[in-house]
Design a binder for this molecule. Sequence first.
Ligand SMILES: [Fe+2]
Ligand SMILES: [Fe+2]
Length: 273
Amino acid sequence: MLIAQISDLHVRPAGVLAYGVSETNAYAEQAINALLRLRPAPDLVIVTGDLTDAGLPTEFAYIADLLDRLPMPVVCIPGNHDRRETMRTAFAGKGYLPIDGRLDFVVETRPVRLIGLDSLWEGHGSGRLEPESLAFLAETLAAAPDVPTVVALHHPPFVCGIAHMDRIRLLDGAERFAAVVAGHPQVERVITGHHHRPVAVRWAGTICQIAPSVAHQVTLALAPDAAPDFVLEPPAFLLHNWIEGTGLVTHQAYVQRAPGPFPFFQGKSGGTA
Ligand SMILES: [Fe+2]
Ligand SMILES: [Fe+2]
């Protein structure tokens, strides 16, 4: 089973650049094209939040249309830039978002099932998992203790060393979230977005992994007083591949085409890496 994770698209109304610089709508279209080029095709695509930059209906309409080009099931969780009710309306009828309350859901795929959690704390850049989301997580995990599970939310629950992003990580409910995950060893991975960088850590007895953005990246700056800024490093995404006997293997893939591939063995002379 192959799960593609794209994150932090930050699409804008037509003709508007995010932060005056980032062509996020073009990046989003390139990301969809990159997913369509993949062989084998992913079985499922998850978008880990910040689909839009301002949560506007026009932004959600744009991204919903783009995601409709994908032939496989697509599920989305909200980020701090999204707006819950606008997102619920945009994706109504897709069959996985609840009709009211928090946008938490489970997708009963096999061999890996996927739980999406709503960490949007409206009015804040940082994230919150409310008691009802944590109860949903605990009940859903308890219902299938033998099924390998991926838990997705937008906000990373740990300190990663990029100070201005750490200040807006999952702040409310992070310790209770860790306690629930630690009690369920079938959680193969906790996957997030938000930090616009690829980062991984051992956390709560599992691996917590942050996806890069398919648009602009947060500058890799580990000094405590580093300025909050971003760079146009290559857009990228994650592929989580379930391999029987190994587990969930995560690859980082790039949106843009690169020169190649070039064969290691040319003619009769041979050669290898
Ligand atoms: Fe973001
Ligand atoms: Fe975010």
